[in-house]
Design a protein around this ligand. Structure first.
Ligand SMILES: [Zn+2]
Ligand SMILES: [Zn+2]
Length: 124
């Protein structure tokens, strides 16, 4: 499989029992059907996101990216809780693409949001 952004080969990396494809050049990550959500909940899983966030930010601006599995256009997703974080998903196979550094961000902010939620709760 080739990277949907820079077209370099992707290699399989495994964290616990979850397989993810990582680009050998830009280190973008491809997750098959909702594996990003499964992996997000695993402690330490951000180690798979080993790329340079600078490269990720540059690649983040590439429009009209196609799914590396089925060639359908990927849809850009913006999480309302993390509006600076854009990632791409395929509505056909359910896969998701994260640029280098974005998966760490995706995980970290969840922890921050969780802490914010704790403080936001009204005290009884
Ligand atoms: Zn790449
Ligand atoms: Zn797809």
């Amino acid at each position: 499989m080739n990277c949907p952004k820079c077209k370099a080969a992707m290699e399989i990396v495994v964290f616990e029992d979850i397989e993810v494809d990582r680009c050998t050049a830009c280190k973008g990550l491809w997750f098959d059907s909702r594996e990003n959500e499964r992996l997000k909940s695993k402690r330490g899983s951000e180690v798979i996101d080993s790329g340079d966030p600078k490269t990720g930010r540059r690649n983040n601006t590439i429009p009209y990216v196609r799914c590396p599995r089925d060639g359908n256009p990927l849809i850009r997703m913006v999480d309302p809780a993390q509006p600076h974080l854009w990632y791409e998903t395929c509505s056909t196979c359910g896969g998701a693409y994260f640029d280098a550094g974005e998966f760490r961000d995706y995980k970290n902010l969840t922890v921050l949001d969780f802490i914010k939620d704790l403080f936001a709760k009204p005290r009884a």
